[in-house]
Ligand binder design. Structure first.
Ligand code: ADP
Length: 203
Protein backbone atom coordinates (compact mmCIF):
# COMPACT_ATOMS: atom_id res chain seq x y z
CA UNK A 1 0.00 0.00 0.00
CA UNK A 2 1.31 3.50 -0.80
CA UNK A 3 -0.22 6.93 -1.16
CA UNK A 4 -1.13 6.30 -4.79
CA UNK A 5 -2.90 2.98 -4.21
CA UNK A 6 -5.10 4.76 -1.68
CA UNK A 7 -5.74 7.84 -3.81
CA UNK A 8 -7.38 8.57 -7.14
CA UNK A 9 -4.60 7.03 -9.23
CA UNK A 10 -6.33 4.08 -10.86
CA UNK A 11 -4.54 1.17 -12.57
CA UNK A 12 -5.17 1.22 -16.31
CA UNK A 13 -5.53 -2.16 -17.97
CA UNK A 14 -3.98 -2.57 -21.40
CA UNK A 15 -5.31 -4.60 -24.33
CA UNK A 16 -2.04 -6.30 -25.24
CA UNK A 17 -1.27 -8.71 -22.41
CA UNK A 18 1.93 -10.13 -21.04
CA UNK A 19 0.98 -13.46 -22.59
CA UNK A 20 0.60 -11.74 -26.00
CA UNK A 21 4.06 -10.25 -25.69
CA UNK A 22 5.57 -13.55 -24.56
CA UNK A 23 4.00 -15.32 -27.51
CA UNK A 24 5.48 -12.72 -29.84
CA UNK A 25 8.92 -13.11 -28.29
CA UNK A 26 8.60 -16.88 -27.87
CA UNK A 27 9.97 -16.77 -24.34
CA UNK A 28 8.97 -16.20 -20.73
CA UNK A 29 9.83 -12.92 -19.04
CA UNK A 30 11.88 -13.68 -15.93
CA UNK A 31 14.40 -12.04 -13.65
CA UNK A 32 17.64 -13.91 -13.00
CA UNK A 33 18.95 -12.15 -9.92
CA UNK A 34 22.67 -12.46 -9.15
CA UNK A 35 23.63 -11.66 -5.57
CA UNK A 36 27.04 -11.89 -3.93
CA UNK A 37 30.06 -9.94 -2.73
CA UNK A 38 31.80 -7.39 -4.90
CA UNK A 39 34.23 -9.25 -7.12
CA UNK A 40 32.38 -12.56 -6.71
CA UNK A 41 31.71 -12.65 -10.46
CA UNK A 42 28.11 -11.50 -10.82
CA UNK A 43 28.76 -9.25 -13.83
CA UNK A 44 31.19 -11.66 -15.47
CA UNK A 45 28.87 -14.66 -15.29
CA UNK A 46 25.73 -12.64 -16.16
CA UNK A 47 27.49 -11.17 -19.16
CA UNK A 48 28.64 -14.58 -20.40
CA UNK A 49 25.13 -15.96 -19.87
CA UNK A 50 23.54 -13.08 -21.78
CA UNK A 51 25.84 -13.74 -24.76
CA UNK A 52 24.84 -17.38 -24.80
CA UNK A 53 21.13 -16.63 -24.52
CA UNK A 54 21.31 -13.83 -27.07
CA UNK A 55 23.03 -16.16 -29.55
CA UNK A 56 20.10 -18.52 -29.11
CA UNK A 57 17.68 -15.70 -30.03
CA UNK A 58 16.49 -14.91 -26.52
CA UNK A 59 15.73 -11.26 -25.81
CA UNK A 60 17.78 -10.41 -22.71
CA UNK A 61 18.75 -7.27 -20.87
CA UNK A 62 21.36 -6.81 -18.20
CA UNK A 63 20.55 -4.55 -15.27
CA UNK A 64 23.85 -3.78 -13.61
CA UNK A 65 24.11 -2.28 -10.14
CA UNK A 66 27.03 0.00 -10.92
CA UNK A 67 25.52 1.17 -14.21
CA UNK A 68 22.17 2.01 -12.65
CA UNK A 69 23.94 4.06 -10.02
CA UNK A 70 25.08 6.34 -12.85
CA UNK A 71 21.49 7.12 -13.84
CA UNK A 72 18.26 6.08 -12.15
CA UNK A 73 19.97 5.63 -8.79
CA UNK A 74 22.61 8.35 -9.08
CA UNK A 75 21.24 10.16 -6.03
CA UNK A 76 21.73 7.13 -3.75
CA UNK A 77 24.72 6.24 -1.57
CA UNK A 78 25.53 3.13 0.43
CA UNK A 79 23.82 3.77 3.76
CA UNK A 80 21.33 1.10 4.82
CA UNK A 81 18.45 3.39 3.84
CA UNK A 82 19.88 4.11 0.38
CA UNK A 83 20.66 0.46 -0.27
CA UNK A 84 17.06 -0.44 0.50
CA UNK A 85 15.80 2.28 -1.85
CA UNK A 86 18.30 1.15 -4.52
CA UNK A 87 16.83 -2.35 -4.55
CA UNK A 88 13.24 -1.10 -4.33
CA UNK A 89 13.70 0.89 -7.56
CA UNK A 90 15.52 -1.94 -9.30
CA UNK A 91 12.78 -4.34 -8.26
CA UNK A 92 10.15 -2.18 -9.94
CA UNK A 93 12.21 -1.78 -13.11
CA UNK A 94 12.94 -5.51 -13.27
CA UNK A 95 9.24 -6.24 -12.80
CA UNK A 96 8.34 -3.97 -15.72
CA UNK A 97 10.90 -5.63 -17.97
CA UNK A 98 9.71 -9.12 -17.00
CA UNK A 99 6.16 -7.99 -17.71
CA UNK A 100 7.39 -6.82 -21.11
CA UNK A 101 8.56 -10.40 -21.73
CA UNK A 102 12.28 -9.78 -21.42
CA UNK A 103 14.77 -12.09 -19.70
CA UNK A 104 16.48 -9.85 -17.19
CA UNK A 105 19.88 -10.54 -15.72
CA UNK A 106 20.16 -8.38 -12.62
CA UNK A 107 23.55 -8.04 -10.94
CA UNK A 108 23.36 -6.42 -7.54
CA UNK A 109 25.30 -7.14 -4.38
CA UNK A 110 21.86 -6.78 -2.72
CA UNK A 111 23.27 -7.69 0.71
CA UNK A 112 20.00 -7.76 2.64
CA UNK A 113 17.83 -10.87 2.57
CA UNK A 114 14.70 -8.89 3.25
CA UNK A 115 15.22 -6.75 0.14
CA UNK A 116 15.83 -9.76 -2.09
CA UNK A 117 12.79 -11.47 -0.63
CA UNK A 118 10.69 -8.44 -1.47
CA UNK A 119 11.74 -8.88 -5.13
CA UNK A 120 10.76 -12.54 -4.87
CA UNK A 121 7.38 -11.56 -3.41
CA UNK A 122 6.65 -9.20 -6.28
CA UNK A 123 7.84 -11.53 -9.05
CA UNK A 124 6.77 -14.92 -7.70
CA UNK A 125 7.88 -17.75 -9.98
CA UNK A 126 9.45 -15.26 -12.39
CA UNK A 127 12.27 -14.71 -9.91
CA UNK A 128 15.36 -16.90 -10.03
CA UNK A 129 17.91 -16.10 -7.34
CA UNK A 130 21.49 -17.00 -8.16
CA UNK A 131 23.86 -16.89 -5.22
CA UNK A 132 27.32 -16.13 -6.58
CA UNK A 133 29.30 -17.77 -3.84
CA UNK A 134 32.94 -16.82 -3.42
CA UNK A 135 34.99 -16.40 -0.26
CA UNK A 136 35.76 -12.87 0.80
CA UNK A 137 39.51 -13.62 0.66
CA UNK A 138 39.23 -14.64 -2.99
CA UNK A 139 37.13 -11.58 -3.88
CA UNK A 140 39.60 -9.39 -2.08
CA UNK A 141 42.47 -11.02 -3.85
CA UNK A 142 40.80 -10.49 -7.25
CA UNK A 143 39.79 -6.92 -6.38
CA UNK A 144 38.94 -6.18 -10.06
CA UNK A 145 38.08 -2.54 -9.37
CA UNK A 146 40.54 -1.88 -6.55
CA UNK A 147 37.62 -1.27 -4.18
CA UNK A 148 38.69 -3.64 -1.40
CA UNK A 149 42.03 -1.89 -1.19
CA UNK A 150 40.25 1.44 -0.79
CA UNK A 151 37.83 -0.03 1.77
CA UNK A 152 40.68 -1.48 3.83
CA UNK A 153 42.44 1.87 3.98
CA UNK A 154 39.21 3.64 4.92
CA UNK A 155 38.81 5.49 1.63
CA UNK A 156 35.43 3.79 1.11
CA UNK A 157 32.98 3.43 3.98
CA UNK A 158 30.15 0.88 4.36
CA UNK A 159 31.77 -1.59 1.97
CA UNK A 160 30.00 -4.97 1.87
CA UNK A 161 32.07 -7.70 3.51
CA UNK A 162 34.39 -5.20 5.19
CA UNK A 163 32.34 -2.79 7.30
CA UNK A 164 28.87 -3.56 6.02
CA UNK A 165 27.17 -6.96 6.26
CA UNK A 166 26.28 -9.47 3.54
CA UNK A 167 23.42 -11.84 4.32
CA UNK A 168 23.74 -15.05 2.32
CA UNK A 169 20.58 -16.35 0.65
CA UNK A 170 18.97 -19.18 2.60
CA UNK A 171 17.23 -20.92 -0.29
CA UNK A 172 18.50 -19.57 -3.60
CA UNK A 173 17.29 -21.37 -6.72
CA UNK A 174 20.90 -21.73 -7.83
CA UNK A 175 24.29 -21.45 -6.12
CA UNK A 176 27.36 -21.09 -8.28
CA UNK A 177 30.82 -21.13 -6.82
CA UNK A 178 33.12 -18.99 -8.94
CA UNK A 179 36.17 -20.06 -6.98
CA UNK A 180 35.72 -23.74 -7.78
CA UNK A 181 33.99 -23.59 -11.18
CA UNK A 182 35.00 -21.86 -14.40
CA UNK A 183 32.84 -19.12 -15.93
CA UNK A 184 31.59 -21.57 -18.58
CA UNK A 185 30.66 -24.15 -15.94
CA UNK A 186 28.74 -21.52 -13.96
CA UNK A 187 26.85 -20.43 -17.09
CA UNK A 188 26.03 -24.04 -17.98
CA UNK A 189 24.79 -24.72 -14.47
CA UNK A 190 22.33 -21.83 -14.76
CA UNK A 191 21.19 -22.85 -18.25
CA UNK A 192 20.63 -26.44 -17.09
CA UNK A 193 18.45 -25.21 -14.25
CA UNK A 194 16.45 -22.86 -16.49
CA UNK A 195 15.82 -25.62 -19.01
CA UNK A 196 14.87 -28.15 -16.37
CA UNK A 197 12.33 -25.71 -14.94
CA UNK A 198 11.11 -24.86 -18.45
CA UNK A 199 12.08 -21.21 -18.25
CA UNK A 200 13.91 -21.78 -21.52
CA UNK A 201 12.27 -23.58 -24.43
CA UNK A 202 15.22 -23.86 -26.80
CA UNK A 203 19.06 -23.99 -27.04
P1 ADP B 1 31.00 -8.59 -9.38
O1 ADP B 1 30.11 -8.23 -10.52
O2 ADP B 1 30.43 -9.72 -8.54
O3 ADP B 1 31.44 -7.43 -8.55
P2 ADP B 1 32.99 -9.00 -11.40
O4 ADP B 1 32.30 -9.91 -12.37
O5 ADP B 1 33.02 -7.54 -11.71
O6 ADP B 1 32.33 -9.24 -9.96
O7 ADP B 1 34.47 -9.46 -11.15
C1 ADP B 1 34.81 -10.80 -10.91
C2 ADP B 1 36.28 -11.02 -11.29
O8 ADP B 1 36.62 -12.38 -11.01
C3 ADP B 1 36.54 -10.77 -12.75
O9 ADP B 1 37.79 -10.12 -12.87
C4 ADP B 1 36.61 -12.21 -13.33
O10 ADP B 1 37.39 -12.28 -14.48
C5 ADP B 1 37.20 -12.99 -12.18
N1 ADP B 1 36.87 -14.44 -12.17
C6 ADP B 1 37.76 -15.44 -12.05
N2 ADP B 1 37.16 -16.65 -12.11
C7 ADP B 1 35.84 -16.42 -12.26
C8 ADP B 1 34.71 -17.27 -12.40
N3 ADP B 1 34.79 -18.60 -12.37
N4 ADP B 1 33.48 -16.68 -12.53
C9 ADP B 1 33.38 -15.33 -12.55
N5 ADP B 1 34.41 -14.48 -12.43
C10 ADP B 1 35.65 -15.01 -12.30
Amino acid sequence: MNSNTESNVVWHNTSVSKEDRERLLNQKGIVIWFTGLSGAGKSTVANALSVKLHNNSYFTYLLDGDNLRHGLNSNLGFSKEDRVENIRRVKEVANLFADAGVIILATFISPFREDRNSVRELLGDRFVEVFVDCDLEVCEDRDPKGLYKKARTGLIKDFTGIDSPYEKPEKPEITINTHKSTIDQCVQQIIDYLKERRYLNRG
